[in-house]
Design a protein around this ligand. Structure first.
Ligand SMILES: NC(=O)C1=CN([C@@H]2O[C@H](COP(=O)(O)OP(=O)(O)OC[C@H]3O[C@@H](n4cnc5c(N)ncnc54)[C@H](O)[C@@H]3O)[C@@H](O)[C@H]2O)C=CC1
Ligand SMILES: O=C(O)CCC(=O)C(=O)O
Length: 343
C-alpha cells in the first residue's frame, strides 16, 4: 500500500497508522495541513473493505478539511481520522479509549470530533484519554444540526442564484442519506415547504422521515433518476461519478456529504450539463464552525457564522459564472489563497 505515491496523497504533513491489540482498534489519522492552526476534523467509523480504501478516504477527507476550515474563516488546519470497524459495533468503550490515546499522542497537532458512524457519546469516551477532542456534551455538542442549517442555507443560495427566488416552497429535493445531518436537513426543507424524496439503507430512519415530514421513500439505486430540482447527497462520498451523472434530472446538486465528486473532472461534467454544484466543503462547514466554538460555546455566534455560508456560496456561484469556471475551482482558489497566505 503506497502512501507517498498514493493518488490521493496531497503533501499531507503526517499520516499515522494506529493499532491497539487489546481493543482491536485499527485507525488512520491524517494531518493534511497545519498552516492555519492545529488540524481539526471528525473521525469516521466504517466497514472499509481494505486498508487502502480506508487510506484513500482519510487522505481525501483530511484534505477537504484544510480547504473547508480555511474558507470558513477558521484558524484551524485540516485533518481527519478513520476507524476500520463496523459502525454498528456495540462494544465501543475500549475502542474509543484507545483512539483517544492515539489522538493524545499527537500532542494537539490533531483534534478529533464526530463523523459518519461516530456520535457524541463516542467522543465523550475518547475525551477521558485526551483533551484534543471537540463536539462534547455540555460544550459545542452534536455538530449535525448546524451542518444541516448550513446545508439548508446553501440550497437556498443555489435556488436563489439559479432561479432568482428566495422561497423553497414547492421545490423538489431528493435527499440521499437521512442520518444525523440528513434528518435535520429534511426538517428545515419540510418547514420551508419543499417536497422531499428520500432514500437510506436504514429502514427505521426512512420511516421517521416519511412519518414526520411526509417524504416519499425510494430505493437507494433510484435516488439519482428522480424528477427533482435539487439532489442533496447526504451519505458517503463519490456519488457524483460516470455512472450517476447521466441519470440526474436535478439542476442543482447541494448536500452535506464530504467528497461528493468521484474526481475533479466530474465537477467539469456537472458544469457542462448545466447543473449548479455547491462545493461540498463550503456548504457542509456548519458542523466544523460549531466545533470551533468548543472552548467558549456561544450558540448565537456559532449560528451567525454558519449563516455566512449563504453569502460565501453566492460569491462562488457568481464568480464561477462570470469567469466561466467550475464552482469547485473557484472555491479551491479562494481557499488556497488563505492557506498559502498563512504559511
Ligand atoms: N455530522 C456532521 O456534522 C457532518 C457530516 N458531514 C458529512 O455528511 C455526511 C452525512 O453525515 P452524518 O449525517 O453525520 O452521517 P450518518 O452516518 O449519521 O448518516 C449517513 C446516512 O447515510 C446512509 N447511507 C449510507 N450509505 C448509503 C447509501 N448507499 N444510500 C443511501 N443512504 C446511505 C446511512 O444509513 C446513514 O443513515 C457524511 O458524508 C459526512 O462526512 C460533513 C460535515 C459535518
Ligand atoms: O462536524 C464535525 O464533526 C467535525 C467536522 C468534520 O469532520 C467535517 O466537517 O467533515
Amino acid at each position: 500500500m503506497a502512501v507517498f505515491n498514493h493518488v490521493s496523497f496531497d503533501e499531507h504533513e503526517q499520516v499515522v497508522f494506529c493499532h491497539d491489540k487489546q481493543s482491536g482498534l485499527k485507525a488512520i489519522i491524517a494531518v493534511h495541513n497545519t498552516n492555519l492552526g492545529p488540524a481539526v476534523g471528525g473521525c469516521r467509523m466504517w466497514n472499509y473493505q481494505s486498508d487502502d480504501e480506508a487510506l484513500t478516504d482519510v487522505l481525501r477527507l483530511s484534505r477537504g478539511m484544510t480547504y473547508k476550515n480555511a474558507l470558513a474563516g477558521l484558524t484551524m488546519g485540516g485533518g481527519k481520522a478513520v476507524i476500520i470497524a463496523d459502525p454498528k459495533t456495540t462494544d465501543r468503550e475500549a475502542l474509543f479509549l484507545a483512539f483517544g490515546r492515539f489522538v493524545n499522542s499527537l500532542g494537539g497537532k490533531y483534534y478529533s470530533a464526530e463523523d459518519v458512524g461516530v456520535s457524541t457519546s463516542d467522543i465523550m469516551i475518547a475525551s477521558r484519554e485526551t483533551e484534543f477532542v471537540a463536539g462534547l456534551e455540555g460544550k459545542s455538542g452534536d455538530p449535525s444540526p448546524l451542518t444541516a442549517l448550513g446545508t439548508y442555507l446553501g440550497i437556498k443560495a443555489a435556488v436563489k442564484h439559479q432561479r432568482g427566488v428566495d422561497s423553497l416552497k414547492g421545490i423538489k429535493v431528493s435527499v440521499q442519506g437521512v442520518g444525523h445531518v440528513g434528518y435535520y436537513l429534511c426538517k428545515h426543507l419540510h418547514d420551508a415547504g419543499a417536497e422531499l424524496i428520500v432514500t437510506d439503507i436504514h429502514q427505521a430512519s426512512l420511516d421517521r422521515i416519511a412519518t414526520e415530514f411526509g417524504a416519499t421513500v425510494v430505493a437507494p439505486q433510484d435516488i439519482y433518476t428522480q424528477d427533482v430540482d435539487v439532489y442533496a447527497p447526504c451519505a458517503l462520498g463519490a456519488t457524483l461519478n460516470d455512472t450517476t451523472l447521466p441519470l440526474l434530472k436535478a439542476t442543482i446538486v447541494a448536500g452535506c456529504a464530504n467528497n461528493q465528486l468521484a474526481e475533479v473532472r466530474h465537477g467539469e461534467k456537472l458544469k457542462q450539463m448545466g447543473i449548479l454544484y455547491a462545493p461540498d466543503y463550503v456548504i457542509n462547514a456548519g458542523g466544523i464552525i460549531n466545533v470551533s466554538f468548543e472552548k467558549n460555546y456561544d450558540a448565537a455566534a456559532s449560528t451567525a457564522k454558519v449563516e455566512q455560508i449563504y453569502n460565501t456560496l453566492l460569491t462562488i456561484f457568481e464568480r464561477a459564472d462570470s469567469e466561466n469556471r467550475t464552482t469547485g475551482s473557484v472555491a479551491d482558489e479562494m481557499a488556497k489563497a488563505i492557506i498559502d497566505a498563512a504559511r
